[in-house]
Write a protein that binds this ligand. Structure first.
Ligand code: GTP
Ligand code: MG
Length: 195
């Protein structure tokens, strides 16, 4: 599906370290521990490509992965990590802002929302930022294997209501489980279909 190498390219801590903006790019944004790195592994079929961990705030750099020759997949540092030092949070936020508003080749941001929790205030903040930056974003719900049907349906409805407020939101939600594989093919095809 992605012709060419799928591999970790680099982790960056400043805009100056970014690879040249010469490919179609998508990014994964979401609260710390929502399952960004796990989903990257599921998506690429590589168990240890991105470092997944039980420790919130594991991914602190902006990590670039190649999806073949034509695409970058970008794993953003998780936000909303309560125990993170204030100075570090401020630094992440500034970098995140610069990245989301300054990357011309960014085609779509995938905002990952835990199916158990739905949209939280920090997710709303990111959506507002994306909206202001005119970056089209799409919600991917994660860890679907961890909820019962009632919670799943309630939280899907809650996400849909939140999206209705944001013109930059792509209306279709993708429900995923990195553990069970639900939705992974849909997400893969969505990314492959962006031109
Ligand atoms: P940060 O890098 O800290 O922002 O976290 P992250 O969003 O990259 O989350 P990560 O992929 O590291 O996953 C966090 C924890 O959730 C790990 O213990 C994963 O094993 C678990 N996890 C992730 N996805 C799933 C899933 O689909 N189902 C289940 N049951 N657990 C998951
Ligand atoms: Mg991570």
């Amino acid at each position: 599906l992605f012709a060419g190498p799928v591999e970790f390219l680099k982790g960056v801590v400043a805009m100056s370290g970014m690879p040249p903006a010469d490919r179609i790019e998508v990014c994964f944004a979401g609260r710390s521990n929502v399952g960004k790195s796990s989903l990257i592994n599921a998506l690429t079929g590589r168990k240890t490509l991105a470092r997944a961990s039980n420790t919130p705030g594991r991914t602190q750099e902006i990590n670039f992965f190649t999806l073949g020759e034509e695409r970058y997949l970008v794993d953003l540092p998780g936000y909303g990590y309560a125990e993170a030092p204030v100075a570090i949070v401020a630094k992440w936020q500034a970098l995140l802002k610069q990245y989301l508003s300054g990357r011309a080749t960014l085609r779509r941001a995938f905002v990952l929302i835990d199916t158990r929790h739905g949209v939280k205030a920090v997710d709303e903040e990111i959506m507002k930022l994306l909206n202001r930056s005119a970056v089209t974003f799409q919600v991917v719900m994660t860890k679907s294997d961890k909820v019962n049907n009632a919670t799943r349906e309630a939280n899907i409805a809650q996400v849909q209501a939140a999206l209705a407020k944001h013109p930059a939101a792509y209306p279709e939600i993708i429900i995923t489980s990195s553990e069970k594989g639900e939705g992974v093919e849909t997400l893969r095809a969505t990314i492959a279909g962006l031109v």
